[in-house]
Design a protein. Structure first.
Length: 183
C-alpha cells in the first residue's frame, strides 16, 4: 500500500503516522483552517488538499486505500452515502476502506465513556447532534455497512467499546456497493 487518502483529515494526525511509516498520505479537509494547521506540523510523505468529502477532487481509483475516521456520524444519511460513494470511487480495485465510528455499547445508560461522548456530541450544535442521534439510532457503523451491502474483512472495537473500526476490501464494483443508497 503506497497511496492513502485520509478524508476529513482535520489536523492530519493519521497522515503524519502513515507518512512516517513510508506511505504516501493525502489528507483532505473542507476546513482551510484545519489544512493550514496540518501543514504547520512537520511531516514526510504527506500532502494536504482543501476539498469536500462529498465531491473528492481526485480521479477514480487514485488511491490504494482511504480512511473515514469519525467523519460520518455528524452528517445526514444522504450526506453519509455521498461520502461513502466518493470514498469508494477513488479507491483502486482490491483496495481498502477503513472506517472508524462511534458504536453504542451494551448498557449505554451506565457506560461512563459513552455518556461523555453523548455529552460532547450534544454540545456540538443542533445539526451535528441530529446526525449523531440518527446515526446511532440506525445501528451506527454496523447499520451503515449493512445498508450499503459492505462486508468488512475485519472489525475491531476500541475505546471502551465506544468505537468500531471496520476494514472493507473493495473487490466489488461501485454500483454493487451503493445499492443500499438512501433516496
Amino acid at each position: 500500500m503506497n497511496n492513502v487518502l485520509d478524508i476529513a483529515t482535520a489536523t492530519g494526525a493519521q497522515c503524519r503516522t502513515l507518512g512516517a511509516a513510508g506511505i504516501h498520505a493525502v489528507g483532505l479537509d473542507l476546513s482551510e483552517a484545519m489544512i493550514a494547521a496540518a501543514r504547520n506540523r512537520p511531516a514526510t510523505n504527506v500532502e494536504y488538499v482543501a476539498g469536500s468529502a462529498f465531491e473528492l477532487p481526485f480521479a477514480d481509483a487514485a488511491f490504494d486505500a482511504a480512511l473515514l475516521i469519525l467523519a460520518l456520524h455528524e452528517h445526514s444519511e444522504e450526506e453519509r452515502t455521498r461520502m461513502l460513494v466518493e470514498a469508494l470511487r477513488v479507491i483502486k480495485h482490491n483496495g481498502y476502506l477503513m472506517l472508524a465510528e462511534y458504536s453504542k455499547p451494551a448498557k449505554a445508560r451506565i457506560h461512563m465513556p459513552w455518556r461523555l461522548i453523548q455529552l460532547i456530541e450534544n454540545l456540538a450544535g443542533p445539526e451535528h447532534r441530529a446526525g449523531f442521534c440518527q446515526f446511532i439510532a440506525t445501528d451506527g457503523l454496523r447499520g451503515l455497512l449493512r445498508r450499503h451491502d459492505l462486508q468488512p474483512i475485519e472489525i475491531v472495537h476500541s475505546h471502551f467499546n465506544t468505537l468500531m473500526i471496520a476494514v472493507v476490501q473493495t473487490h466489488h464494483s461501485l454500483e454493487s456497493s451503493t445499492q443500499g443508497e438512501v433516496a
